[in-house]
Design a protein around this ligand. Structure first.
Ligand code: FAD
Length: 406
């Protein structure tokens, strides 16, 4: 560590909390400001629960634009697009399309893999040191492909056969018998035995408990805002009143965009709306491994005795309203894939906004303000990338020039 600092983090989702853990462990004094009554109540609340370390390829890839066109006209489509007269949406979509090529995808996937794996190793340490229970398991992740050409392409891209295996349909259902009924419809699967699952909200609460035990940490409930200050610095206000701090970390998920606006920072974040359903099916229907139904883009994770199913990318619906039509479509996809998993009306629906950059790579960086750092834009992989992102942030703070922030 270069020198102890007083650091304020804005946002008590999984990214703000893992940032706080990394910085407190490095000896800094950390204050976390969260506007809600509890941590982890927005995008981190009921997400898919997958710690999908080996499967971090960004959505922006060669061929995705054509695939998406097909999805848009399909019943129960995993993607919906509502174009708006909103220059930010158009800019984001254009940047997304520019990233849809093999070279950019490979480069960005390598960055994400590095972040994910460093986080996996660090999380192991947190657990060994007694992090509270968050229904964590390491059952592995199985990605099922219904389309033979897509499966062949995925099988070819397996780069580390020690840690990922291409499986035949019967091997897939041996690995996960809950999907036996799908055997005739699948072309194959890719299994990553070291991937994990957990409940992200419980993880946030466990991190909060660990942090609360440190004299160098405090959690404040309140609404933060940012304004420009003198000498290339920004200033924090808590509920409208000035709040003194040495460094500021913006980690407020999709809310970061609005917070950065008064600083004339136009963050390339868009809220990609998704849904989840949580239910308690009868035993045997909760998959043991975490499963992705690739063609429907639905993820399944067993969290204790509950099944969490998550899906849908709704572009142009930047709100968390539970749209009955989309929920009905998700229920139809799940009932078709895992019959009997959803009882009659006893699932708990949820919607959240993935704070997404066009490339899928989060922004963990300094800004033109000497005292402001960003840890934002983790999109569909925020739980997976959270611990690694905290580590990355800590390294950036450690590299700060002390004169720049004194
Ligand atoms: C349907 C769905 C499924 C998903 N599945 C997975 C998955 O299986 N695996 C995975 O790795 N990722 C998954 N994700 C992605 C993951 O959930 C997100 O990337 C992650 O939760 C983002 O965390 P965050 O901390 O950046 O944002 P958030 O969790 O939204 O936290 C931001 C916090 O900032 C606070 N805040 C905002 N503005 C202010 C302010 N002015 N003052 C104070 N506080 C403020 C908010 O109240 C909030 O608590 C999924 C997401 C969705 C929507």
């Amino acid at each position: 560590m270069a020198g102890k600092r007083t650091i304020t983090i804005i946002g008590g989702g999984v990214i703000g909390l893992t940032s706080a853990c990394a910085l407190v462990r490095d000896g800094h004094d950390v204050t976390l400001i969260e506007r809600r009554g509890d941590v982890g109540r927005e995008a981190s609340f009921a997400n898919g629960g997958q710690l999908s370390y080996r499967y971090v390829s960004p959505l922006a890839d060669a061929g995705i634009a054509q695939d998406a066109l097909g999805w848009l006209f399909r019943p129960n489509s995993p993607i919906s697009l509502r174009l708006k007269a909103d220059p930010h949406q158009w800019r984001w979509l254009l940047a997304f399309l520019c990233a849809c090529n093999r070279q950019t995808n490979r480069r960005n996937a390598a960055v994400l893999l590095d972040l994910a794996l460093s986080g996996q190793a660090e999380l192991e340490k947190y657990r060994e040191e007694g992090l509270g229970d968050f229904l964590w398991r390491r059952p592995g992740k199985l990605v099922l492909y219904r389309n033979a050409a897509t499966f062949r392409k995925a099988a070819k891209s397996v780069s580390d056969p020690e840690r990922q295996r291409a499986l035949s349909p019967s091997e897939c259902t041996d690995v996960e018998p809950a999907f036996e009924g799908l055997r005739e419809q699948i072309a194959g699967g890719i299994f990553s035995p070291e991937d994990e699952v957990g409940d992200c909200f419980l993880f946030c609460k466990a991190l909060r408990e660990t942090l609360a035990a440190s004299p160098n940490f405090r959690l404040i409930q309140g609404d933060a805002t940012l304004t420009t200050g003198p000498k290339d610095r920004c200033e924090v206000q808590l509920d409208g009143k000035p709040f003194e701090t040495d460094l500021v970390v913006l980690a407020a998920g999709i809310g970061s965009r609005k917070l950065a606006r008064p600083l004339a920072l136009n963050l390339p974040l868009y809220g990609l709306k998704g849904y989840s359903l949580t239910t308690r099916p009868r035993p045997g229907l909760v998959p043991s491994v975490s499963v992705t139904d690739y063609d429907n883009r639905v993820v399944y994770a067993g969290l204790g005795d509950r099944l969490r199913v998550a899906a849908m990318v709704d572009i142009g619906s930047e709100n968390t309203h539970l749209n009955p039509k989309r929920l009905g479509e998700l229920r139809a996809l799940v009932s078709e894939t895992l019959p009997g998993a959803l009882g009659k009306g006893d699932d708990t629906p949820w919607a959240g906004l993935r704070p997404a950059t066009p490339t899928g790579v989060p922004i963990i960086a300094r800004t033109r303000y000497d005292n402001l750092l960003l840890n934002v834009g983790h999109g569909a992989l925020g739980f997976t990338l959270s611990v690694g992102s905290g580590l990355r942030l800590k390294e950036i703070v450690a590299g700060f020039d002390t004169r720049a922030v004194s």
